[in-house]
Design a protein around this ligand. Structure first.
Ligand code: UDP
Ligand code: MG
Length: 337
């Protein structure tokens, strides 16, 4: 019997007595998604109905100003529980996902975008891998439809940079679409940090992981909330919350420039003593002053990034504020597996 099967059986035993918790919690963060949310609900429900198990669908509204909340509150399902959580303003997708993860009761959680870029039809395949004993099923984007070559290149560069700096490997081309077992969700919920680089937080607990490939669809309707300022912000957040290597680089740059200055001073000194050469003019001085100034400013900026994060963490503000929460039970009184 394989280790994975044994682990799966162990997990089944652990889950006994927790029969009331739904099999899956589907977490859908949404921010101004009125154009797609109904289609999303239909597709998710159709897939869940096919599983023949009680599930819950959690819509986390991240301060939408359109009719997304109204639509989500009108949703119901014959077999599944619908939870709607409204945050008091737009806190960002990371905070919305954290709110969903904290509210989720399921034995496993699946995070999925409202814009249908992550096809809900892949849920059964993910559940299948989970039932084989894997604790995290990462969904890796094989093809990215509807995304410009520039976004693809910058995304690839982003993963390279993060992985060269981060102390734990962060899987490439894996977004937030994934299945996470209850044990891992509990560990992620314990992480107290306010600067939440989710790709890193999901990778941090470890556990048994597997990766499935999928073709990422284009957005069904509406507009992406993504832009390049956000990418740069995300890159900084990822690097500074998962590694202190940039600080070490600054130290190395300082050491290197000091060493170079000592060697140069020795050369100039010897030349003047032995050959009586006049000391070379100001261009070299300016160059060195500028170089040192640049290295110093860069190092101070880097330190500032970390100090800024310490400042944010020290304030201990909550990650999000819940304004409303509604729970709608399944409308049909049927017993499922
Ligand atoms: N989203 C959110 N809060 C935000 C921005 C986005 O909850 O501040 C949600 C959005 O509604 C969608 C998901 O996060 O369900 C992914 O957003 P988007 O499609 O804009 O990102 P992309 O897929 O382009 O990276
Ligand atoms: Mg999208």
């Amino acid at each position: 019997m394989s280790t994975i099967t044994l682990l799966s059986q162990h997990r089944d035993k652990q889950n006994k007595g927790k029969e009331k918790s739904p099999l899956l919690s589907i977490i859908i963060p949404m921010y101004n998604e009125e154009l797609v949310i109904e289609e999303c609900h239909k597709r998710v429900c159709a897939v869940l109905d096919g599983l023949n198990e009680h599930c819950e669908i959690i819509y986390v509204d991240d301060g939408s100003s359109d009719s997304s909340v109204k639509l989500a509150s009108s949703f119901s399902s014959e077999y599944h529980q619908i939870v709607t959580i409204c945050l008091s303003r737009n806190f960002g997708k990371e905070a919305a996902m954290s709110a969903g993860l904290q509210a989720a009761k399921g034995q496993a959680v699946i995070l999925i975008d409202a814009d249908l870029q992550d096809p809900p039809e892949l849920i059964p395949a993910m559940v299948n891998e989970w039932k084989q004993g894997f604790d995290v099923v990462d969904m890796q984007r094989h093809k990215r439809h509807g995304e410009s070559w520039f976004k693809r290149i910058t995304a690839a560069a982003f993963y390279k940079l993060i992985n060269s700096m981060s102390d734990i490997p962060i899987p490439q081309n894996v977004g937030d679409f994934r299945l996470i077992d209850r044990r891992v969700v509990d560990e992620i919920n314990k992480l107290p940090e306010r600067t939440r680089f989710m790709k890193g937080l999901f990778a941090w607990p470890g556990f048994r992981r597997t990766t499935l490939q999928f073709d990422r669809d284009a957005r069904q309707a509406g507009e992406t909330k993504w832009n390049y300022t956000k990418l740069v912000h995300l890159a900084f957040e990822g690097i500074t919350s998962f590694s202190t290597r940039p600080l070490r680089l600054a130290t190395a740059a300082g050491l290197f420039t000091s060493l170079a200055a000592i060697i140069m001073a020795a050369v100039v000194f010897t030349k003047t003593i032995i050959w009586g050469d006049p000391v070379a003019g100001y261009p070299s001085t300016i160059m060195i002053v500028l170089l040192l100034g640049g290295v110093q400013l860069l190092s101070i900026g880097l330190m500032g990034e970390y100090v800024g994060r310490l400042f944010i963490e020290a304030k201990q503000r909550p990650l999000f504020v819940v304004m409303d929460q509604t729970i709608k039970n399944a409308t049909a009184n049927v017993t499922m597996n």
